[in-house]
Design a protein around this ligand. Structure first.
Ligand SMILES: Cc1cc2nc3c(=O)[nH]c(=O)nc-3n(C[C@H](O)[C@H](O)[C@H](O)COP(=O)(O)O)c2cc1C
Length: 332
């Protein structure tokens, strides 16, 4: 059993969701939003047919993570998906069989989410309809709005009310670009190590997975390939970037506090008509970029917990989509 894990930590047998595009309704070249927004780059564009199609990434036959962003941005509702993302073996074996369903906040109701939505609270609607935005307008975000969303972050609950976070807000496009380009220099190494398997890479990644288990799941490697092919485009042209910094000395689990804080920011941004996209890559890359950290004034005890790209969505992204079911065990 132990060797089973060794063998299959890298490129395990995976079930990818089935992606269906209705060519009768898809407007093809007039839109291309699904292709633009797909985080992993598994949606490709055929210049020959003028329609999107699914293809593999870096030696993998597909790279869909079931985010449904393609269907959320599709103006003609042409995209549907079935089946979930599931890893069958090895270190990253999926813990439960994926069952996807739309939000069903009213237990026992036979109404669809769309029928129920009008009776939900504004908070619920924002939670269900917020999607990561990956196609931004060039329009700058007014500083008052950036202040407003960070203020919502400040009001996040924290262990012992210790508030182990602070923010860096960047609207300087040259600096945003520099973070993107420098981050990709680091991340490209990880991408090269993972994608396009060779015998040596398999062994290296498998061994590394024992020490860096959270960093070597296959899913994060696909978007790196897309960013790499698209001129280091990690932040999707967003005009503003918020870095949520975390005090490493925070009580209990400061990562959790920073995450709750970040989600207050993201949900408030959505409620105010802004689009956001978390970016974990830049947070990882900044660990290795001492010069850039210095420039941004990030020193001990601060660490970048996450980064959030903020701007105005070019395409309407606020749609509820299906998500994997999460079992609840009740003790009554
Ligand atoms: C901590 C964190 C880091 C993320 N990092 C990235 C990232 O680097 N790039 C990206 O395009 N999306 C990133 N995402 C967005 C996820 O891919 C997205 O939330 C997920 O696919 C679900 O889609 P939704 O946000 O539209 O509901 C991140 C999300 C979280 C919470």
């Amino acid at each position: 059993m132990l060797f089973e894990k060794y063998r299959k930590a890298y490129a395990p047998e995976t079930q990818w969701p089935v992606w269906i595009n209705d060519k009768e309704t898809c407007i093809g070249d007039k839109c291309r939003f699904c292709f633009e927004t797909c985080p992993t780059g598994t949606i490709k564009w055929s210049t020959k047919t003028g329609f999107p199609y699914i293809a593999g990434v870096g030696g993998f036959d597909k790279a869909c993570i079931n985010c449904y962003n393609c269907s959320a941005v599709c103006p003609t509702h042409s995209i549907s998906m079935s089946g979930g993302y599931r890893v069958f073996a090895g270190r990253y074996k999926t813990a439960k069989a994926p069952v996807l369903r739309m939000p069903a906040p009213v237990a026992g109701s036979t109404l669809t989410y769309h029928e129920l939505e009008k009776d939900l609270t504004e908070v619920e609607r924002v939670i269900y309809r917020r999607r990561s935005n990956r196609i931004f307008k060039d329009t700058p975000v007014p500083e008052e709005l950036l202040h407003r969303i960070m203020e919502a972050g400040r009001y996040a609950p924290t262990a012992g009310n210790n508030m182990p976070f602070t923010f860096v807000a960047i609207t300087d496009r040259v600096l945003i670009r520099e973070i993107e380009v420098q981050s990709m220099k680091v991340l490209r190494w990880f991408k090269r190590l993972y994608l396009n398997p060779t015998f040596l890479k398999r062994i290296t990644v498998t061994l590394m997975s024992y020490f860096m288990v959270r960093d070597l799941d296959q899913r994060p490697f696909f978007p790196l390939d897309k960013a790499d092919r698209r001129n280091d485009n990690l932040f999707y042209g967003a005009p503003a970037l918020i870095l949520v910094l975390m005090d490493r000395r925070g009580i209990s689990d400061p990562n959790l506090d920073a995450g709750i804080c970040a989600q207050n920011i993201v949900l408030t941004a959505h409620a105010l008509g802004l689009g956001t996209c978390y970016n974990g890559y830049a947070a990882t890359a900044l660990r290795y970029l001492g010069g850039l950290r210095k420039k941004l004034g990030i020193a001990y005890p601060w660490k970048v917990a996450t980064t959030i790209a903020v701007g105005y969505a070019k395409v309407k992204t606020d749609h509820a989509v299906a998500r994997e079911d999460v079992p609840v065990r009740w003790f009554r």
